[in-house]
Design a protein around this ligand. Sequence first.
Ligand code: THU
Length: 160
Amino acid sequence: MKKIEVNASAIVYNDISELSEADLTLMKAAISAKQKAYAPYSKFSVGAAFILENNQIVTGNNQENAAYPSGMCAERIAIWKVGSEYPNVKIKKLAISASSSNKIVDKPVGPCGGCRQTLSEYEINQKEPIEVLFMGEKGAVVKVESILSLLPFSFDSSFL
Ligand code: THU
């Protein structure tokens, strides 16, 4: 028997004004994408923006459905856009922003578990980490160095 440590470090910025110019540009793309979310049921809008190694920015937002499980998160919509349009281009970074029309979201909103799993496969395949920045509508912004740092003991194709 042994005990192991599973560590993840993150940078926490007090707010968006502390971001580098490049990170701010990507977060602004996520915020802009969020405005076009289709979230009539949860009233919770999420925007996601990837920047690729060719500097292309690809965005997505959550798209809900009256049959609730038929909707999809912003992060998966965005990553599937990347996978379908730029299958051989590496991804550098992801920015996420979330807002609610019911309340002010002032805490950083990380990607859900299902999105972490989906995103992890793209990171593994490209053999380079994808930085992730996430925030609510205002307040702190969290930055982590990779998708896998958000998903310890993850499931991948090596188990199959
Ligand atoms: N949502 C996302 O778009 N990304 C996440 O990581 C968490 C949740 C969406 C799904 C749904 O439309 C709404 O937020 C409330 O769960």
